[in-house]
Design a protein around this ligand. Structure first.
Ligand code: SF4
Length: 235
């Protein structure tokens, strides 16, 4: 079955499931060859809690670019312990990657896209291939940006499926879930960082502004490059 056909089948068969039920079903469908990609950013706790509810050993991939805030690393440790997640895999650029592409560690200053490719996309591609994963889960939501407005529940990307369990969630629902589950907040959120990536490319956001406007501020860049699928598939 090609990936597009698989996406249609998933949409028809599982398109009405939500949250932990959807994630548990996907783990079964893909025989465990699935992982959740998390940045452990401002809204990540909700999806991680749903995955832990589905099964504590739901695989989680965490891309450590080497440029993350110390607060993010400590928040990751706090969340993993609190939620009881048992299979969190840290991935990132290797020493060889950096020697070949970012010797001085300043590539972000010269070329955002090349830096995100080196520090995020390459390690993720490598991890997906090495682990033989057939699907991965993202925390993207339609409300986050115009480029995500038509985000479907299931997408085809190459020969893999991407699952977006929160695609149709809005900000209020996320906040309710934080409250209902008493989830800890990323420590930088209270300081005005509403979408949190690398410290080199993340700025505070003024109240009322688009939360993602603090990412690569002043440039045309809006996505890190990991999510390059053409959006528009069903649901
Ligand atoms: Fe590089 Fe900035 Fe992308 Fe991080 S967010 S990988 S520092 S360009």
């Amino acid at each position: 079955m090609d990936t597009a056909t698989r996406v249609k089948h998933l949409t028809d068969s599982y398109g009405t499931l939500e949250g932990a039920s959807l994630l548990a079903a996907m783990h079964d469908v893909f025989g465990g060859r699935i992982a959740l990609l998390s940045s452990f950013g401002a809204e990540s706790a909700v999806l991680l809690a749903l995955a832990a509810e589905a099964r504590p050993d739901f695989p989680v991939l965490f891309v450590n670019t080497g440029k993350l805030f110390g607060e993010t690393l400590r928040y990751r440790d706090q969340l993993v312990k609190r939620l009881g997640l048992t299979d969190v895999r840290e991935i990132g650029p290797t020493a060889d990657d950096l020697a070949a592409g970012d010797k001085d560690g300043m590539l972000f200053n010269r070329d955002y896209d090349a830096c995100c490719h080196l520090r995020k996309t390459v390690p993720l591609d490598r991890a997906l291939a090495t682990a033989g994963l057939e699907a991965w889960v993202t925390g993207r939501k339609r409300f986050q940006s115009a480029t995500r407005a038509a985000l479907p529940l299931f997408e085809a990307e190459g020969n893999r499926v991407k699952v977006n369990p929160l695609a149709n969630w809005d900000k209020d629902r996320l906040e309710e879930e934080f409250t209902r589950r008493d989830l800890p907040r990323h420590p930088l959120e209270a300081d005005g960082f509403l979408s949190i990536g690398c410290y080199t490319c993340t700025e505070r956001v003024t109240p009322g502004a688009d939360p993602r406007s603090g990412r690569w501020a002043g440039s045309a860049k809006t996505e890190c490059g990991i999510h390059t699928t053409m959006i528009g598939t069903a649901r």
